[in-house]
Design a protein around this ligand. Structure first.
Ligand code: HEM
Length: 357
């Protein structure tokens, strides 16, 4: 199908429209989080915190670790007051609850800025010839989408559990939030392991393609991150950075999450507190990074979505974004003719491998 036909511009409009709806669906709840981050400290500072408790000396002593007898046996038997719990609560409800929403709002604004500054996302510059090159195997695509759907479910339920008391109770009422929180907790706990396993499968399949090379240093030095054209192989340095963040950060989020769902094995409260802070803090960074990735995969680099839906991309897209890789694929004779926008199937990439070159 040639460039600019009514069908193509209609599907373009549908793509842009769906992306705008998705972004709006994320921004609207976040405004609530930002409001809470601003309003909460004001409410707290206006309350009268100056009143001193006449028994504060006793409580101070207890918090310094005075021991007593308790009938419960376990790692923390005989501890009257869990002092670590108080510190944990202050960190969770302080920096994590305050800076988290700001971080997400800044990342969304950054993505909106990239969209505007690039004049509506990078488009394929050359007219499409209908030639295509295979990019990702069915295995990689299926695993990617299982992981992405699991991630989105974890994102919605995780943010609900982290900020729900502040944001959702005013909207749904205490009973409505309680019912939703129970559903969110189960969905979160059961989806976590699906995410962890699919992440591990994707990391193993793509590690070879993501090994750093000299070209990656040039990509950073010559401004590839700012949209400048720098010669690149199959994946550019920005994509590799995202991959390694997934490999290391994602696995730490997954492992800390597994610690949290096994309290009978990891009994100490301090272990749970550290696991939760690591889990929530890194997950917020991960969510922020995923906004940039989702943008680049849809509107940011038009034509990239084909790579992870159909498994092949237009030769013009490959040449514009990954010229060194395109040269190799062409030399290997893997280029084929297929109608752009059609589900025309090209040569399949070998199962179990992300690699075509
Ligand atoms: C739901 C929206 C998403 C879209 C539209 C999307 C789109 C894409 C696209 C187009 C690619 C291939 C890029 C290329 O061939 O150059 C890709 C790869 C990838 N995606 Fe996604 N993705 C989404 C969600 C996610 C999520 C939530 C994660 C992580 C939790 C993720 C992790 C990855 C990874 C690790 C790669 C491989 C990149 C590499 O090897 O360097 N994606 N995605």
């Amino acid at each position: 199908m040639s460039k600019g036909t009514p069908t193509r511009s209609k599907s373009k409009r549908i793509l842009i429209g769906s992306a705008l709806v998705l972004i709006a669906a994320m921004i609207v709840p976040l405004t609530g989080y930002v409001y809470v981050a601003v309003a909460q400290p004001q409410i707290e500072s206006s309350a009268n915190w100056q009143e001193t408790n006449p028994r504060s000396e006793i409580w101070r002593e207890v918090r310094q670790g005075s021991q007593a007898y308790s009938a419960v046996k376990g790692p923390e038997a005989n501890v009257l007051i869990d002092n670590g719990g108080q510190n944990f609560r202050q960190i969770r409800n302080g920096p994590v609850a305050t800076f988290g929403p700001w971080l997400l709002a800044i990342m969304l604004l950054g993505v909106a800025g990239m969209f505007v500054l690039s004049g509506g996302g990078q488009k394929v510059e050359k007219p499409l010839s209908g030639k295509r090159v295979p990019r990702w195997s069915t295995y990689v695509r299926v695993v990617h989408w299982i992981m992405a759907i699991a991630f989105l479910l974890l994102l919605i339920t995780g943010l609900s559990l982290l900020f729900g008391r502040a944001v959702l109770i005013p909207l749904m009422g205490a009973e409505g939030f309680s019912a939703w929180a129970i559903v969110a907790k189960y969905v979160h706990n059961y989806t976590g392991p699906v995410f962890a396993v699919s992440l591990l499968m994707l990391v193993l399949a793509l590690a070879r393609d993501n090994m750093p090379s000299k070209v990656d240093v040039d990509w950073f030095l010559k401004g590839g991150f700012a949209g400048k054209h720098v010669p690149t192989g199959k994946l550019n340095a920005g994509e590799k950075l995202w991959f390694w963040f997934n490999a290391v950060g994602g696995l730490v989020v997954a492992i800390s999450g597994i610690v949290l769902i096994l309290p009978n094995i990891f009994e100490a409260r301090s272990t749970m507190q550290i696991a939760l802070l690591v889990h929530a803090g890194l997950a917020l960074l991960y969510i922020g990074g995923s906004f940039v990735h989702m943008y680049m995969g849809t509107l940011g680099a038009r034509g990239a979505l084909d790579a992870i839906t159909k498994g092949h991309v237009s030769s013009e897209w490959a040449e514009q974004h990954h010229d060194l890789w395109y040269d190799d694929v062409k030399k290997e004779g893997k280029e084929f003719v297929g109608e752009e926008g059609e589900a025309g199937r090209g040569p399949e990439v070998p199962t179990g491998s992300g690699s075509t070159a």
